[in-house]
Design a protein around this ligand. Structure first.
Ligand code: NDP
Length: 263
């Protein structure tokens, strides 16, 4: 029987998720379609999912926290993050997961890292911080303002506001989870601070994908090993796909390889 899946968000028009999922469904001979649903009001997520008789969905900005609240059950690291990017229907229940966290970790799992610095304190920073913590990587948060750091302080992370941060140690990896550089030429913190941080680091990871951001530009100039968020995007999609299929033979690594063909 044909199954339906969708991406929820606002905006959704730019998203590559339908392309990635539909390609993988076709290549694996699975009778399913993946579309996009623009939602204006996140409180309607649950009833909209049910009304469309979806078998699963991905949820993107700004509804991941709403998806967490509305899940019938939340599994895995999503419970610590407080946000879900994947819903799977199990009988009459909606089960919520977060695949952003593992999708990120799979990109850096071969790096030699003992401590990390995350720039930014939004939704994606929560996923990155919680998966690093789960792997015992000492993690510090640096944000331009104080409000969003509250979540991380409560979880036991060391947190700083950029304007009064004087680093007293080196970080192996600097991870930019801010949206600085997405639609502008801004850096996530002052250039002097970023150059100082890069001097003591080995790796730079930028969550934004598909462009050389000012952050990546400086990290490259400083000789760091650099990666953007393209592989993370594919990994989270492939992990969600494996959950959608609930078939032990469908491994997310194989799906990620397939999705890379169309990327
Ligand atoms: P949020 O809106 O939740 O958080 C944005 C963060 O960026 C906040 O900490 C904010 O600081 C900070 N910020 C925004 N503008 C600036 C600026 N000019 N200078 C310094 N800090 C700034 O966003 P998300 O965490 O959901 O997403 C962040 C980025 O990650 C986006 O670009 C998104 O595209 C990307 N992303 C990529 C994924 C992938 O798979 N590759 C997955 C998820 C996200 P403040 O608190 O002070 O406002």
């Amino acid at each position: 029987m044909l199954q339906f899946f969708a991406l929820y968000g606002n905006p959704v028009a730019h998203s590559l998720s339908p392309l990635l999922h539909n390609y993988a469904f076709r290549q694996l001979g699975i009778d399913a379609l993946y579309g996009r649903i623009l939602l204006h009001n996140g409180t309607q997520l649950y009833e909209n999912f049910k009304a469309h008789h979806l078998s699963g969905a991905n949820i993107t900005v700004p509804f991941k926290e709403e998806a967490f609240r509305q899940s019938d059950e939340v599994r895995g690291i999503a419970k610590d993050i407080g946000a879900c990017n994947t819903w799977v229907r199990e009988g009459g229940q909606i089960i919520g997961y977060n695949t952003d966290a593992q999708g990120f970790y799979d990109c850096i799992k071969d790096y030699k890292i003992t401590n990390a610095l995350i720039l930014g304190a939004g939704g994606s920073a929560k996923a990155v911080a919680m998966i690093l913590k789960a792997h015992n990587i000492r993690t510090t948060l640096l944000n331009r303002s104080i409000e969003k750091l509250h979540f991380f302080r409560q979880k036991g992370f060391e947190c700083f506001v950029s304007s009064d941060f004087s680093p007293t140690q080196n970080y192996d990896i600097i991870i930019n989870t801010t949206s600085a550089g997405l639609n502008n030429h801004l850096l996530p913190c002052s250039e002097a601070l970023l150059r100082h941080l890069c001097k003591g680091a080995l790796y730079a990871f930028e969550l934004i994908y598909g462009k050389q951001t000012p952050f990546l530009h400086i990290a490259k100039q400083c000789g760091l090993i650099c990666a953007d968020g393209g592989q993370m995007l594919i990994n989270q999609a492939a992990l969600a796909f494996a959950l959608f299929c609930d078939d032990k033979d469908i491994k997310s690594e194989r799906v990620a390889k397939l999705m890379r063909e169309i990327w």
